[in-house]
Design a protein around this ligand. Structure first.
Ligand SMILES: [Zn+2]
Length: 177
């Protein structure tokens, strides 16, 4: 039986409780405003905290649970090995969130590169010599998936606030400690 305080702590239960409440509030506001983007973003908040939390390094320490969860945690094994707990590479909005967005979509990005008529070095060269076009492409992607990106950002912001990062100021929230 969990203690009531667990739902407010900066532990797994506390983080999930906060994400569910914030997600419900955003989705509820989206329903009132008939804004389906807000409804979807609100749904993403608890899902993102559950599946791609800033503490994934911690989560992936023990591979257990149903088979889908064990597969998912195994997928995060390299992340766990590379990212120190609560480092700026996980606990920051401008570094940690983009890293996990790329990590989640990595298989799709790799398939995209593999099936493209260009090699990955040609694509990188093209991006380096045409930064404006590369940015346009990235911005187009962000626009298309903005409901998901926004949900991920809100989930991570709630996580950072619960972890007490506000004491490091805006810089702490954006770039980590
Ligand atoms: Zn954390």
């Amino acid at each position: 039986m969990p203690q009531l305080s667990e739902f407010f702590d900066s532990n797994r239960t506390g983080h999930m409780t906060a994400a569910v409440f914030v997600g419900l509030a955003i989705s509820g506001f989206g329903v009132v405003k008939s804004n389906h983007m807000l409804v979807m973003s609100g749904c993403v908040v608890p899902v993102w905290e559950f599946l791609a939390t800033m503490d994934m390094d911690h989560e992936a320490r023990t591979i257990r649970g149903p088979i889908w969860r064990r597969c998912w945690l195994t997928y995060w094994w390299p992340y766990k090995m590379l990212v120190p707990h609560r480092s700026e590479f996980s606990h920051s909005l401008l570094v940690g969130t983009p890293i996990r967005l790329v990590y989640v979509f990595l298989p799709f990005i790799l398939i995209e590169i593999a099936t493209s008529p260009f090699t990955s070095s040609e694509l990188l060269e093209f991006a380096a010599s045409n930064p404006a076009l590369a940015w346009d492409w990235l911005w187009g992607w962000i626009q298309e998936w903005r409901w998901l990106v926004a949900g991920a950002v809100v989930a991570d912001l709630v996580h950072l606030l619960k972890d007490g990062y506000l004491r490091y100021g805006l810089g702490g929230i954006l770039f980590g400690r």
